[in-house]
Ligand binder design. Structure first.
Ligand code: FEO
Length: 400
C-alpha cells in the first residue's frame, strides 16, 4: 500500500525507508535506517525527481502509481546517478515507456555504464548548467554541483515554489519516522549528529565543491530544501546551511578536546583518561573520548569535524601504529580534515615508534598544528609521564 507524503499542493514524497540495512554503502552503520527520497511533481507535465535504492522498490512503485493515478510520467530528472537513488531508472522506462530522462552528459554516460537499456534519442533531454524546463506552472532550473558527491551531480531549483532539490546535500542518515519536515521533529537532538556523520563521511572530502554550491545557492531565494536522504527543510534553513558552511570550511563547531585512543591492556587508555581529567580541571568542557577499537570510525570522523582540538593516543603495534588507529588516521586524511590542533601520545614496551608515524600522516593535513612534544609511555604511566600529561594539558588549554 502507498505511503505518500504531501510536500506542497502539487509535490509529493514518493520515497521509502530501509530500517533493515546494516551498512550504508557497505561501510557506514545506520542503526536508525536510511530514507531514500524521491519526489513527484504533478504539473501540466508530471516530473519524478530521482528514483530510489532497489531494496525499497516495491514501496516506491506503489507510491508513484498512487500519485499519478493513471496519468503518464512525462519526465524523470536524474540529479544523482548513484545507485542508492537511481536503481530503478530502467524499470521506470519500462513502466512509463514515453518518459523523457532529464540529465547532463556525465549522467548519461553513467546511465549507460550501469544499465543496458536503449532509449530513443528524443527521450533524452540533456541539460547544461542553467538550462530550464517549463512543466506548466513550474519552471525548473538545473545547477551543476560536481563532486557533491559524484562528478555528475546537479541540483534542480523550482523557481515557482523556490524549492531546491539538493541531491545528497543537506541529507542525513536515519529513516523518516512518519513526519517529513525537519521542523516537525527535534532535529537538533535526534538527527544533527547523524546529519554531521552523513555529511563528513559521504561528502566531507569535497568541502571546496560544497562551498561552490553554497555560493550558488546564496544567490537564490530558497523556501524549501528537498534532499535525497532524511527530512525536508522548510523552516530555519539558515541553521542547517550554517552547519554546512562550517563543515565544508573544515571549521570546528566547538572549542574543546576529542581524545581518540587505542589501548590493548589499558595503559594507553589510562594516559588518555589522565589527560582528559587534567583538561577538565583546567576548565575544558565537553571533552569527548573514543576507544578507536570500539567505535566505528564514521562516528569518530564526524566528531573530529566538530572539535577544535584532537588528541590521538596509540600503542605501537607491529613496529607501527595500532591497526584501528592507523585506519582512523587514514580515514581522516581521506576526508581532507583541516584547521585543527593536534596532540599525540604514544606507547611502546620495547620499540616505541608509532608517534613519528602518526606525525607523518597528520603533517599532511592542511593548516594543522601539532601541539607540544609527543608524550611517550614505556608500557604504563609513571610519575614522569603523569607530569608530561599535565604539561600537555596546559599547552592544549593555552591554545584554546
Ligand atoms: Fe545518496 Fe551519493 O548517494
Amino acid at each position: 500500500m502507498h505511503n505518500v507524503k504531501i510536500i506542497t499542493k502539487d509535490l509529493y514524497w514518493v520515497g521509502a525507508n530501509d530500517r533493515r540495512i546494516a551498512l550504508f554503502e557497505s561501510v557506514y552503520p545506520v542503526p536508525n535506517g536510511i530514507s531514500y527520497n524521491s519526489y513527484l511533481l504533478l504539473d501540466d507535465k508530471t516530473v519524478l525527481f530521482d528514483t530510489i535504492d532497489k531494496s525499497v522498490n516495491h514501496q516506491f512503485f506503489e507510491n508513484i502509481e498512487y500519485v499519478l493515478n493513471g496519468k503518464n510520467l512525462d519526465y524523470l530528472v536524474i540529479n544523482h546517478m548513484e545507485p542508492d537513488h537511481c536503481a530503478e531508472i530502467e524499470s521506470i522506462t519500462k513502466k512509463y515507456p514515453q518518459v523523457k530522462i532529464v540529465c547532463n552528459t556525465k549522467t548519461q554516460t553513467m546511465i549507460n555504464q550501469f544499465f543496458n537499456f536503449e532509449l530513443p534519442e528524443n527521450q533524452w533531454q540533456i541539460v547544461k548548467e542553467g538550462d530550464t524546463l517549463k512543466t506548466g506552472n513550474h519552471n525548473l532550473t538545473f545547477v551543476f554541483a560536481p563532486m557533491v558527491h559524484w562528478p555528475e551531480v546537479m541540483v534542480t531549483y523550482d523557481t515557482t515554489d523556490k524549492i531546491l532539490f539538493s541531491a545528497d546535500a543537506f541529507g542525513s542518515f536515519g529513516a523518516i519516522d512518519g513526519n517529513i519536515f525537519a521542523d516537525e521533529v527535534d532535529f537538533d537532538h535526534r538527527y544533527m549528529d547523524e546529519a554531521r556523520r552523513y555529511y563528513t563521511n559521504i561528502v566531507g572530502k569535497y568541502g571546496m565543491q560544497v562551498q561552490t554550491l553554497l555560493k550558488k545557492a546564496a544567490n537564490i531565494e530558497i523556501k524549501m530544501i528537498c534532499p535525497l536522504h532524511g527530512y525536508v527543510w522548510r523552516k530555519d534553513l539558515e541553521v542547517f546551511i550554517d552547519k554546512y558552511n562550517k563543515w565544508s570550511n573544515y571549521e570546528p563547531e566547538i572549542k574543546s578536546v576529542l581524545i581518540a585512543y587505542s589501548s590493548v591492556y589499558g595503559n594507553t587508555q589510562n594516559a588518555a583518561e589522565i589527560l582528559a581529567g587534567k583538561l577538565a580541571q583546567l576548565g575544558i568542557k565537553d571533552i569527548k573520548m573514543y576507544d578507536v577499537s570500539v567505535t566505528h570510525p564514521s562516528y569518530i570522523v564526524a566528531d573530529i569535524f566538530k572539535y577544535s582540538h584532537i588528541v590521538f593516543a596509540s600503542t605501537t603495534y607491529n613496529m607501527g601504529i595500532f591497526v584501528n588507529m592507523e585506519n582512523l588516521l587514514h580515514d581522516v586524511t581521506a576526508h581532507n580534515l583541516q584547521n585543527r590542533k593536534i596532540a599525540i601520545i604514544e606507547n611502546g614496551s620495547w620499540a616505541c615508534c608509532c608517534g613519528n608515524q602518526m606525525t607523518e600522516i597528520i603533517s599532511k593535513w592542511k593548516n594543522t598544528e601539532i601541539i607540544g612534544n609527543n608524550v611517550q609511555l614505556k608500557s604504563s604511566v609513571k610519575s614522569n609521564t603523569r607530569n608530561e600529561l599535565e604539561i600537555l594539558a596546559q599547552e592544549i588549554t593555552k591554545t584554546m
